[in-house]
Design a protein around this ligand. Sequence first.
Ligand SMILES: *Cc1c(COP(=O)(O)O)cnc(C)c1O
Length: 229
Amino acid sequence: MDRRDELAANLAAVRERIAAACIAVGRSPSEVTLIAVTKTYPASDAAHLVALGVPDIGENRDQEAAPKAAAVPGARWHFIGQLQRNKAKSVVTYAHMVHSVDSVLLARTLAEQASRRREAPLEALVQVSLDEAPGRGGAAADEFLTVAEAIAGSGALRLKGIMAVAPLGEDAQMAFARLERYITLLRADHPDATVVSAGMSDDLVEAIANGATHVRIGSALLGKRQALR
Ligand SMILES: *Cc1c(COP(=O)(O)O)cnc(C)c1O
């Protein structure tokens, strides 16, 4: 099978899983946007996915994302990984949405760079930590509204919603059930912040059951990655 056929077959299976997960909880599959996470895979795979009808492409490292974004201009690039502030300058030039804004300082840096380098505001999500383990990304429960405020208060960023990753080693249903409280808190202050970015290849069902509007799918579409990232 050539690569495009392989991706098309994987895509059909993922779309079916998403549709089944939606139907199981009385949601419409049209409410869920699929983001194909192409990290470690070549730009040609991103181009195939765009051609197959998946314009939303996710990457987690600027070093890899920037050249791919240049090579596949037809995609909408989602930056989903922990972002060092010195990379903000590059990321704002190609990203459609940054999912991983987890500190006021990062929000301010992105806003400053976006105001200099972009015409349209940069869409941003506040990433909330569902565990208290430091270092894996995400704002702590008592800080995430402050981070959301920093995004919303900047003219160069547009607060679109919330992002979360299920903690390693925890039942995904339990973890994503905790998201609801954060979604409610966020929407009380920011009713337009309707995006919920949650769910990966192994936990998309649980994420959709708990309100995900955007799922970030890598290995189920592209294959198992060599190195753990
Ligand atoms: C790699 C990655 C994904 C995709 O993970 P898969 O298990 O390959 O689907 C989703 N979200 C983030 C933040 C990632 O880094």
